[in-house]
Write a protein that binds this ligand. Structure first.
Ligand code: FES
Length: 108
């Protein structure tokens, strides 16, 4: 188990961008929280493969309800990464499995 962050790291913006090694060299991911749901995804839009955030750690829309791609505005559900609007509708972000233990978000 590798610690990724603490839940309090997600308080300010609801998400945290990180670079981790998942076994094939450094890759950009982000951890996102909505209530009791904590998920992580590769920071790569299925439309053009660009990073999603519009500023550091800013991955969510104004309401904090959906993940938004800064390039063309695709919207993704936090719970499963499914694109619900935009040019890659019905495609999904690539999940990264994470576990929450206490206040820590861990990479198994
Ligand atoms: S690159 Fe994300 S919507 Fe186009």
């Amino acid at each position: 188990m590798k610690p990724l962050c603490h839940l309090k790291d997600l308080e300010a913006t609801g998400a945290l961008g990180l670079t981790v090694d998942l076994g094939e060299g450094p890759v950009g991911i982000f951890v996102v929280r909505q209530g009791g749901t904590v998920r992580a995804y590769h920071n790569r839009c299925p439309h053009r493969g660009t990073p999603l955030e519009w500023q550091d750690h800013q991955f969510l829309d104004d309401e904090g309800a959906l993940i938004v791609c800064a390039t063309h505005g695709a919207l993704f559900r936090i719970e499963d990464g499914l694109c619900v609007a935009g040019p890659c509708k019905r495609q999904s972000l690539t999940p990264v499995p994470v576990r929450v233990e206490g206040q820590a978000v861990l990479l198994p």
